[in-house]
Design a protein around this ligand. Structure first.
Ligand SMILES: Nc1nc2c(c(=O)[nH]1)N[C@H]1C(S)=C(S)[C@@H](COP(=O)(O)OP(=O)(O)OC[C@H]3O[C@@H](n4cnc5c(=O)[nH]c(N)nc54)[C@H](O)[C@@H]3O)O[C@H]1N2
Ligand SMILES: Nc1nc2c(c(=O)[nH]1)N[C@H]1C(S)=C(S)[C@@H](COP(=O)(O)OP(=O)(O)OC[C@H]3O[C@@H](n4cnc5c(=O)[nH]c(N)nc54)[C@H](O)[C@@H]3O)O[C@H]1N2
Ligand code: SF4
Ligand SMILES: [Mo]
Length: 696
């Protein structure tokens, strides 16, 4: 039996797993203390799933079906395509697209593979669709991007918690124990969400803004804090810069104006500000609802501004402004080099000193390192075009389902010379591939992941992978060897990790002192941890911020309406997100019988008033159409949602045909969480197969 972690979300719940694949929650792991969600308890069922990929597949020509091939054949095809594309179109004709589910070792190695074996600038990953707005805002304000700068259990110590666009009751159920512990102590919880979610129901107050207006909401609350003399001037003076500009910038954000823009009553705005400001300890937590907008960075910044004005970051246990990271290794995945502009340790790729350090560890000349490339959506958008990527290596993401304007993305993938997908199932994206490489699942590999708190956890191997399956570390070694750079790519994850420690040493995300030995001995280690005698950093910002002057930075941000225009043809607002049952693009959870039975088809939540207006009843098929695409989902009526808004979980193919790829100017985050939509009942039963097609 091994003490390891759930493969899914950023909570990284501790589990015990036996070679017979019996899975139970670990009481000794401080984040979940034995608790697991319905996805986590069933995670091991996928290891032996009959649809598991156990041999490489390839297509001999476009249009022909995928067929089993040998590893040598598959890897030779990939190498030949890489060599051909780079000879004809330059190094950047080959691209890499990674994922926040990859272990630290793999995320690090994938970034290195792009820069050292392929020498391409074109690498980015799905975290761009997840954490990029919060990361950009935190880097600017605090000089560091670590989702929670404190252990999750601090939530129980907060007297007031404001959750903005975050639904942990569905997305991280075991985390709720800490919220519940707080409420039992008398803490007040306030939720900002257009829907009355399972998180909002037990909260003390629920603010229901129009999707896409969170920035206006935060600025309006800051205006009230200033007007009512609730600002912590001593904190602002001692610990921050830039206050004056921010103070001036919210002068016109009067409460009635904020109510008009956001739909949140003035009384609720005022009460919330007073709750936050008068609490001994208060916490503001943002998540994707606030961040996945074309102004996501500015929105996250506005909430940070409010928190700084109230003196929350670093005030003490139970205080702060933070973001709730999403994917299993969303945190580590963005620290070690999958991002277009980053080297390991959160080092900027454009910084000569950073390049010199990492090139030294990698044993190459710094001049060999490419320049920063483009962001995830931009990379996908240009696939197969002149100057775009022509051979794409895709690992641990399923953009045909999860990228915005997904129909367009599928078309771009189809325009490639060669698409190579590494996965353990034939995902919707893998079905479009020319070469599919089967890889190991969590129970078959060693490694580390970094959870939402910046805590590094160990993933442990409990059984051998099926014959025919290889880990990504082996795959990238083999490819690098064929490209003449094999010696740079060890396959033992411990060796890779020790190199990652050296590469990250001295960087913002310093893992230098976090050894597998210390983790295996049961030490709880949070980065930064510069050396082996360092205890790690569970709580940041208590004395100083990692900015050049040690102060947090206010940044003035103004609300402008960025949401796609509503008109007579597209009169309603569509927002998207998650159901409790399924995970992400659904490759894994839609293959689990129990989970599929619990939530078999795409559904859309809407208010009974809206349903009556368009003439649908609960359970009817509903057609949703945007300026980009059209989808059928089952109507689910609830009076907990704003009557002008429809909510659609994105776990089923085609949902993202609807969403807009307009990007945040700073983070390049797409606006997954608001666009204009038309709704119509589906009368003809013949269109219902649309729903069935989504089963898998
Ligand atoms: N069951 C399940 N759990 C998961 C995942 C999963 O796919 N399924 N994925 C994991 C990952 S990668 C992530 S990133 C996290 C995400 O975790 P969350 O951020 O909690 O999840 P979402 O459902 O995307 O969005 C949260 C809420 O934002 C609300 N919202 C929509 N638009 C707006 C808006 O404009 N303003 C505000 N304030 N709220 C809005 C939605 O109604 C939704 O309830 O979950 C992780 N956990
Ligand atoms: N409309 C809308 N779209 C969204 C969002 C939203 O809220 N609304 N949320 C966005 C967010 S926050 C995220 S994080 C993305 C996630 O979207 P995706 O990037 O598509 O994430 P997953 O579905 O987790 O895809 C992971 C794929 O990799 C495979 N996989 C898992 N682990 C590994 C591994 O270790 N190695 C390899 N090779 N493969 C592996 C899985 O089987 C699956 O096919 O979706 C984004 N898309
Ligand atoms: S909350 Fe996240 S880590 Fe915990 S069991 Fe569920 S999916 Fe796994
Ligand atoms: Mo995410």
């Amino acid at each position: 039996m091994a003490a390891t972690h759930c493969p899914y979300c950023s909570l990284q719940c501790g589990i015990h797993l036996t070679p017979a694949l019996e899975l139970t929650g670990r009481e000794d792991f401080p984040v979940n203390r034995g608790g697991l969600c319905m996805k986590g308890v069933r995670a091991a069922e996928l290891i032996t799933h009959p649809e598991r990929l156990t041999t490489p597949l390839a297509r001999d020509r476009p249009g022909l079906p995928l067929r089993p091939v040998t590893w040598d054949d598959a890897l030779d095809r990939v190498t030949a395509a890489i060599t051909r594309a780079q000879a004809a179109h330059g190094r950047d004709a080959v691209g890499c697209f990674g994922g926040g589910g990859l272990t630290n070792e793999k995320a690090y190695q994938f970034g290195k593979f792009a820069r050292v074996a392929l020498r391409t600038a074109m690498i980015d990953y799905n975290g761009r669709f997840c954490m990029s707005s919060a990361a950009a805002a935190a880097n600017r304000a605090f000089g560091i991007d670590r989702g929670l700068p404190f252990p999750l259990s601090d939530v129980a110590d907060a007297d007031v918690v404001l959750l903005v666009g975050s639904n942990p009751a569905d997305t991280m159920p075991p985390a709720m124990r800490w919220f519940e512990a707080g409420r039992e102590r008398g803490a007040r919880h306030i939720v900002v969400d257009p829907r009355e979610t399972a998180t909002a129901k037990p909260a003390h107050r629920h603010l229901q803004p129009v999707p896409g207006t969170d920035l206006a909401l935060a600025n309006g609350m800051l205006h009230i804090a200033i007007r009512d003399g609730l600002v912590d001037h001593d904190y602002i003076e001692r610990r921050t810069t830039g206050w004056d500009a921010v103070r001036r910038s919210v002068r016109a954000d009067w409460p009635d104006r904020t109510e008009r823009v956001t739909g949140v009553p003035v009384a609720d705005l005022t009460a919330t500000v007073h709750d936050l400001a008068t609490a001994r300890n208060a916490m503001i937590l943002t998540a994707r609802g606030a961040e996945q907008h074309a102004d996501g960075t500015a929105t996250a910044t506005a909430w940070i501004n409010l928190g700084l004005a109230l003196g929350l970051p670093g005030r003490g246990r139970g205080s702060g402004v933070a973001t709730v990271t999403g994917q299993g290794n969303g945190q580590g995945g963005r620290e070690h080099g999958q991002k277009a502009d980053q080297l390991p340790g959160y080092r900027p790729l454009a910084d000569p000193a950073a390049r010199a350090h990492v090139a030294g560890v990698w044993g190459i000349d710094p001049d060999e390192l490419p320049a920063p490339g483009v962001s995830a959506y931009e990379l996908l958008d240009r696939l197969g075009t002149d100057g775009g990527v022509r051979v794409l290596l895709l690992a641990a993401s399923n953009p045909v389902v999860s990228a915005p304007d997904a129909r367009h993305v599928a078309e771009r993938l189809g325009a490639l010379d060669l698409l190579v997908v590494t996965d353990f199932f034939l995902s919707e994206s893998a079905r479009l591939a020319d070469v599919v490489l089967p890889t190991t699942q969590f129970a078959e590999e060693e490694g580390t992941l970094t959870n939402l708190e910046g805590r590094v956890v160990r993933r442990r191997r409990v059984l051998d992978p099926p014959p025919g399956v290889r880990s990504e570390l082996q795959i990238w070694h083999e490819l690098a060897a064929r490209l003449g750079r094999g010696k740079h790519f060890p396959t033992d994850p411990r060796v890779v990790y020790d190199e990652l420690r050296r590469a990250s040493a001295g960087g913002v995300a310093d893992y230098g002192g976090i050894s597998w030995e210390r983790l295996d001995a049961g030490e709880e280690l949070f980065w930064p941890c510069p050396d082996e005698t360092h205890p790690g950093s569970p709580r940041l910002f208590t004395d100083t911020f990692p900015t050049p002057d040690g102060r947090a930075r206010f940044v003035a941000v103004a609300h402008r309406s960025v949401t796609e225009r509503l008109d007579r043809r597209y009169p309603y607002l569509l927002t998207t997100g998650r159901s409790r049952t399924h995970y992400q693009s659904g490759t894994q959870t839609r293959r689990n019988e129990t989970l599929l039975a619990a939530e078999p088809v795409a559904y859309a939540e809407l208010h009974p008033l809206l349903a009556a207006e368009i003439g649908v009843a609960d359970g009817d098929a509903l057609r949703l159409t945007t300026r980009r695409g059209s989808v059928v989902a089952t109507a689910r009526l609830t009076d907990g949602i704003r009557p002008d808004t429809v909510f659609l979980p994105f776990h089923w193919a085609r949902v993202n045909d609807l969403t807009s790829a307009r990007l945040d100017p700073t983070s390049r985050m797409p606006e997954f969480k608001s666009c204009a939509v038309a709704l119509a009942p589906v009368r003809a039963r013949s269109t219902v197969p649309d729903l069935e097609e989504n089963r898998r």
